[in-house]
Design a binder for this molecule. Sequence first.
Ligand SMILES: Nc1ncnc2c1ncn2[C@@H]1O[C@H](COP(=O)(O)OP(=O)(O)O)[C@@H](O)[C@H]1O
Ligand SMILES: [Mg+2]
Length: 288
Amino acid sequence: MDARAGVIAMSKVRIERLGKVFDGHEATPALHDVSLDIADNEFVTLVGASGCGKSTLLRIVAGLETHTSGTVTCNGRPVTGPGAERAMVFQHYSLYPWLTVIENIKFSRRLRAGRENLTSSDVEAASGRADALLNLIGLAKVAHAYPNQLSGGMQQRVAIARALMGRPQVLLMDEPFGALDAQTREVMHDLILHIHRIEKTTIVFVTHDVEEAIYLGQRVVLMQPRPGRIHSIYPVPLPARRHQDMKHGEPFRALKAEILARIRESAGVTTDTELLDRLNAGGDADTQ
Ligand SMILES: Nc1ncnc2c1ncn2[C@@H]1O[C@H](COP(=O)(O)OP(=O)(O)O)[C@@H](O)[C@H]1O
Ligand SMILES: [Mg+2]
């Protein structure tokens, strides 16, 4: 095996010289020359101002969006569409309101399984998996509740469990906690880190919140707009086991200041108010 093959074998997701131009957007490619290797069981966060291509990149890795140039592989195979080894969690938890929590978790699995070939041991295994996930997300007590009886944070936990049901190797998360209040988000951060440890998934997590990116990521990939590309990649100088107090420590604060300064610089803004506006601009909106 040559050195190059060795690298490929170690990468879970490999993005090489990726480019994306949307029709009608010739002047500003959504993504330009993006290369990134993501290792098995790594937790990578993508951060950057609105419009820098974070969602587009994630959707291409998910196989929900095509690309214009370059390659994306998962387990060494080119991504040409969605696959069971990759699951996505969006900001707006898309649960079925007419199904209970446990039914929502089993739903994707039920859709995929050829119903006529389903054996009782398949059903048993699926039930066991769903119960284990319910415990993992701490919602065993509300297994039979309906989504509208749950808080936003609880609904997002169910959406995460549903994504995990088919044991994906890669979990792609696009601002999954963006709609939650600050306290609920902290709880969700520790929960997703716990899930990452237990399930051993590779996680690619998109956010415009620098603190969230550092707290969760083993590496933070900073993107910049016009054209959407990688500005820099920062290894996070924190122990693997995170706890909230680390946010007050010097390594965390220094990295946060550094990343915010780079965003400010690349966005061409000078005041913090302008920077906040830029970071918080609607996810789908362009920044022009
Ligand atoms: N479906 C689409 N059609 C045309 N342009 C798009 C589409 N989706 C995104 N874009 C454009 O691509 C760029 C990157 O968008 P996006 O990936 O949503 O950025 P982010 O998630 O970082 O905010 C933006 O300029 C955006 O307007
Ligand atoms: Mg987005």
